[in-house]
Unconditional design. Structure first.
Length: 256
């Protein structure tokens, strides 16, 4: 009886050994396949992250370049008239007048300056201008309510210092309310006959028109966002999620 059991067990073992081996090999293959698949997925995930990182870097570089090109173009706009003889003559006339609002605002030179600059303002979308003397008084402006007053640019950092040293400058307004857009100014020097800077001419513009377009062109996907900041780390373009921010109460009504 014992020997019969032994023969039976031996026969079963010989018969089942190939099947057992197949299971072992199959299990190893599945394990190795799983490890290989996991490694491939991990590599794909890592590559995807690297690709996204490179994409974001490229978009950030593109945004900076677009903004730089746009800013350089605005500075070239103000530089195009710095050698104008008519502008120089008008500036000389206004500089010779008393620093009185009624005198400056009603002077023929004021009207001539508006006519001279009107085509330039229309062409480049400027919203207004201000002519500033070397003693920082507004000689002319649109609108004319601040004529003969000390210029607001005294609170704009080193903008006027740069301009009265012969360079063009771009600046955002130093402050703004929730309901007002961030005004931007491009300012350039006016040179007299001797080559010295006699005055500064600034143009006001709404940067959202161009900066929003640049930001929209360099966004990534359906939820990516591009933020443009000024030198004081203040957000100056509009967000694509403003409606949601208003609904959540995170942005005041009318603000941006």
């Amino acid at each position: 009886m014992a020997s019969g059991y032994g023969v039976f067990s031996e026969v079963n073992l010989q018969r089942d050994l190939p099947l057992f081996t197949v299971w072992i090999i199959g299990g190893l293959v599945c394990l190795l396949s799983g490890i290989g698949l996991w490694w491939m997925l991990d590599e794909m995930k890592l590559q995807s992250q690297l690709d996204k990182g490179e994409l974001l870097k490229n978009r950030m570089y593109m945004t900076r370049e677009f903004v730089r090109i746009w800013a350089d173009e605005r500075e070239r706009n103000v530089g195009s008239w710095k050698g104008s003889e008519e502008l120089r003559a008008i500036t000389r006339e206004l500089l010779a007048l008393p620093r009185d609002h009624s005198v400056l605002a009603s002077s023929p030179a004021q009207a001539r300056l508006r006519r001279l600059l009107s085509p330039l303002m229309v062409e480049h979308g400027f919203l207004g201008f201000t002519l500033i003397s070397s003693d920082f008084v507004n000689l002319a402006s649109t609108p004319d309510d601040k004529v003969a007053e000390m210029t607001d640019f005294l609170s704009y950092g080193d903008v006027l210092d740069k301009v009265f040293h012969g360079e063009a400058a771009i600046s955002f307004s130093p402050g703004y309310s929730d309901s007002a857009f961030r005004a931007m100014y491009v300012v350039g020097p006016i040179f007299d006959e001797s080559g010295d800077v006699s005055a500064a001419l600034s143009f006001r513009l709404d940067p959202r028109i161009n900066l929003n377009l640049i930001a929209s062109l360099t966004r990534v996907g359906s939820s990516g966002e591009v933020y443009v900041f000024d030198n004081y780390c203040r957000f100056v373009n509009e967000s694509r999620f403003e409606s949601q921010l208003h609904q959540l109460g995170l942005l005041a009504e009318g603000g941006s």
